[in-house]
Design a protein around this ligand. Structure first.
Ligand code: KIV
Length: 254
């Protein structure tokens, strides 16, 4: 798709019903992101979610998908310490979760883990820029790699990930110009989130793009629906209908 200049689409899903809709909508790839920690479990960061929980979410998604490529995040602490552990985590995600590929965050620091996983025949998607599992190192969710030194490291990490055999790369919250440069410098596709229009594809968190999450409004987010308003409206109408004995009516009764 990159060579054909066809943009690649990716959205998150964490459950069967959502995965079915996202797949039916024609998205190329579904990500079981560790953003499940925020969106599904209400944690402030992605750090607390466990491998068992990510495997559970992945199993649910897999049952709902007929055509999209399924990529699952390996969560914090399951691949950084050593490459043996990284491979074990990736194997569990493929064998028990049923994912087609895993995504892991970082560059040269996790080189051994990437090499080990790729050598075992497991497709790896990289993730550079704002890597939320390192939030306590960054201290903020602001745009990354605005300074030359960080931008240079990111470019060199991207080239390394390609060399190591990653099949694609998420670029999160970096200047559009840098994302363009990275995308032109490597042959594997870049999938951007808050990284401008020149990435080879785009990813968004499903709950954000359908407007379920009112409290999160970064500049890069385009909301396609206002489901928060729709759903709270439907719920309050239901409450009203039951309280006034309007629901259920004769035709809704046996
Ligand atoms: O966890 C996630 O949803 C992600 C995307 C934001 C790329 O990593």
């Amino acid at each position: 798709m990159k060579f054909d200049k066809e943009k690649i689409t990716m959205l998150t899903a964490y459950d069967y019903t959502t995965a079915k809709m996202v797949d039916a909508g024609g998205v190329d790839s579904i990500l079981i992101g560790d953003s499940a920690a925020n969106v599904m479990a209400g944690f402030e960061t992605t750090l607390p979610i466990t491998l068992d929980q990510m495997i559970y979410h992945t199993q649910c998604v897999v049952r709902g998908v007929e055509r999209a490529l399924i990529v699952a995040d390996l969560p914090f602490g399951t691949y950084q310490s050593n490459s043996e552990k990284a491979l074990e985590s990736a194997v569990r995600m493929m064998k028990e979760g049923g994912a087609h590929a895993v995504k892991i965050e970082g560059g040269v620091e996790i080189e051994d883990s990437i090499r080990k996983i790729v050598n075992a025949g497991i497709p790896v998607m990289g993730h550079l820029g704002l890597t939320p599992q390192s939030i306590y190192k960054f201290g903020t969710y602001k745009v990354r790699a605005k300074e030359d030194a960080e931008a240079e490291k990111l470019l060199s990490d991207a080239k390394l990930l390609e060399e190591l055999g990653c099949f694609a790369l998420v670029l999160e919250k970096i200047p559009a110009e840098l994302a363009k440069k990275v995308s032109e410098s490597i042959s594997i596709p870049t999938i951007g989130i808050g990284a401008g229009p020149d990435c080879d594809g785009q990813v968004l968190v499903y709950h954000d793009m359908v407007g379920m999450n009112q409290g999160f409004s970064p500049k890069f987010l385009r909301r396609y629906l206002d489901l928060y308003t729709e759903i709270t409206g439907a719920v309050s109408q239901y409450v009203k209908d039951v309280k006034t004995a309007d629901f259920p009516n004769q035709t809704e009764s046996y």
